[in-house]
Design a protein around this ligand. Structure first.
Ligand SMILES: [Zn+2]
Length: 84
C-alpha cells in the first residue's frame, strides 16, 4: 500500500467517524450517556465487580470495573494516583 493510498484511506475513514459522531450526538447526549451513567451508578451502589488492570504501554495504568466499565483508578507514569 502506498503512502498516498494509506493517507486517502485514513481520510475516508475519518470522514465516516466524524459523520457517525454528528449523527449520534443528540442520541448520545440524551439517551446513551445518561443510561450508561445510571448503569455505573447502580454498579457502584452494590460494589463494583471484578477489576481489570490495563497498562497503556506508556506507563499509565488504569483499573476499571469489568461489569460496568467504570474507571476506578488511574495511575500516572510514576505510579501516582490520579483521580478518574
Ligand atoms: Zn462496576
Amino acid at each position: 500500500m502506498s503512502r498516498e493510498t494509506r493517507t486517502k484511506r485514513k481520510e475516508v475513514e475519518k470522514a465516516r467517524r466524524d459523520k457517525m459522531s454528528e449523527l449520534m450526538r443528540d442520541y448520545d447526549e440524551t439517551v446513551f450517556y445518561p443510561a450508561l451513567k445510571a448503569v455505573k451508578a447502580e454498579c457502584a451502589d452494590v460494589g463494583h465487580g471484578s477489576k481489570h488492570n490495563h497498562d497503556n504501554g506508556l506507563g499509565w495504568n488504569f483499573i476499571t470495573c469489568l461489569d460496568c466499565g467504570a474507571m476506578l483508578e488511574k495511575h500516572g507514569p510514576n505510579g501516582e494516583l490520579i483521580k478518574p
